[in-house]
Design a protein around this ligand. Structure first.
Ligand SMILES: Cc1cc2nc3c(=O)[nH]c(=O)nc-3n(C[C@H](O)[C@H](O)[C@H](O)COP(=O)(O)OP(=O)(O)OC[C@H]3O[C@@H](n4cnc5c(N)ncnc54)[C@H](O)[C@@H]3O)c2cc1C
Length: 301
């Protein structure tokens, strides 16, 4: 059971910030969702171990959150503790061709460090919102590149609250999947390896990538990016368009006119609106094309 005073004392000892009854909408890119019992800003791997030991022993529900760019939060919120891997745990260190990132570092910051160190190989990932930990968890990717191409190793906390090391070969990386997916393993750092390149060319490639995103994606609206995984043999956006669902909406949630793979929040969407819209899309696409669309974001409830 959650004893907020004990947890607050523990966070105080570890130097981690804690916010009780925290509204989650500002911590996720979709910008809706209820409150959690408490949100803790993790500040180190050691603090994460101590906090996990406590909340696991007390059977407190918890969820590890990065930048919240692939999460749909329930309108009722989350009756547990959020462990936020964000700016309090975001150190990045470049040594030769390798970049070691704390799990809370932004993927975009890692890209900028790479560019400033004339390291090539992750330009196509520039513009994917979120943390390096979240990117490894989802094996995030874009424009023909993915985390699997650049990661060499990671550190994580296992189910017994022990710190572990894993190399790429054991990470089971495939399309939007890693060994961490759907497990209690908590990533604390990620090391990537790149090749020597030309800083100007790298910068140009990053800018081109960002320009492509802004021209094709509805970045002016809150969303969780592509709402459905790519089904084998087709594209979610193409199937949704074929079914005449572009622009279709439920409450404040809408299939983007600019990119039909994105569900956007027009400003007043609730979780219920998004889930209703997604379920209509899945049903219609299945009936009309035979393809099953699977949600890409993780639902937090
Ligand atoms: C506008 C937009 C564009 C996008 N474009 C792309 C794209 O091109 N390609 C792509 O792949 N994705 C894309 N996404 C989705 C999203 O950005 C990625 O999946 C991203 O990697 C998620 O990182 P995050 O830190 O936000 O993770 P979160 O959304 O916070 O979490 C996602 C999952 O990862 C888990 N997690 C996070 N950190 C850790 C950790 N340290 N240890 C264990 N588990 C953890 C969470 O528990 C959760 O289950 C886009 C999203 C948006 C909003």
């Amino acid at each position: 059971m959650l004893n907020i005073n004990e947890l607050t004392n523990l966070c105080g000892k570890l130097g981690c910030r804690i916010t009780p009854e925290c509204s989650l909408s500002e911590y996720v890119t979709f910008r809706f969702g209820g409150k959690c019992r408490a949100l803790i800003n993790i500040n180190s791997a050691d603090s994460a171990v101590e906090i996990l030991r406590y909340i696991r022993a007390e059977n407190v529900k918890y969820f590890v959150l990065g930048r919240g760019s692939n999460v749909i939060v329930s309108d009722e919120g989350f009756d547990g503790v959020i462990l936020l891997f964000g700016s309090d745990f975001a150190h990045i260190e470049v040594t030769g061709n390798t970049i070691k990132c704390d799990a809370g570092a932004l993927l975009a910051s890692a890209c900028v460090h790479a560019q400033q160190s004339s390291l090539t190989g992750m330009e196509n990932l520039f513009g994917i919102p979120g943390t390096v930990g979240g990117a490894l968890y989802m094996n995030a990717g874009a424009y023909g590149s993915e985390m699997a191409d650049i990661v060499v190793s990671a550190e994580y906390i296992d189910e017994n609250c022990e710190r572990q090391f894993i190399s790429r070969g054991n990470m089971e990386l495939s399309y939007r999947h890693s060994i961490f997916y759907g497990t209690p393993l908590v990533i604390t750092s990620v090391t990537i390896e790149l090749s020597a390149g030309n800083a100007d060319n790298i910068k140009e490639a990053m800018n081109n990538c960002m320009a492509k995103r802004s021209s094709k994606q509805p970045l002016e609206f809150p969303s969780a990016g592509s709402t459905f995984k790519r089904p084998d043999g087709s594209y979610a956006s193409q199937l949704i368009e074929e079914c005449g669902l572009k622009g279709f909406s439920c409450g404040g949630a809408e299939i983007s006119e600019k990119h039909s793979g994105f569900v956007i929040n027009k400003g007043y969407a609730t979780c219920a609106d998004v889930l209703e819209l997604c379920s209509i899309v899945q049903k219609t696409v299945k009936e009309k094309t035979g393809f099953s669309l699977e949600l890409e974001p993780v639902i937090l409830k």
